[in-house]
Design a protein around this ligand. Sequence first.
Ligand code: SF4
Ligand code: SF4
Length: 96
Amino acid sequence: MTLPMSKISECDVLSCSYNIDNKCHTIAITVGDPSCPMCDTFFESEGKGGDMDVLGGIGACRTSDCRFNKSLECRAGDIHVGVHSGHADCKTYTPR
Ligand code: SF4
Ligand code: SF4
């Protein structure tokens, strides 16, 4: 059975084109590499993008040492994204 996609309940990275009022409005982001749970979909541009009717989800996560990661997919249910060391990171990341 296909499990539901985890959602981004809040994102504090207001400079991102997909962020409006602390919500992510792209359909799905990609998170991380093995060493850092960054939001790989972060993008800055002149205007805003995404779909206002959509609350973003996690399409894939490559941070396999997170306890919520199963087979390179996020099973947290919902996550929080925020700024860490000058870039957008998954704040729900929890090492195993
Ligand atoms: S989760 Fe990523 S793509 Fe979505 S608004 Fe935040 S930084 Fe941008
Ligand atoms: S909670 Fe863990 S598995 Fe889910 S997106 Fe964040 S780092 Fe990846």
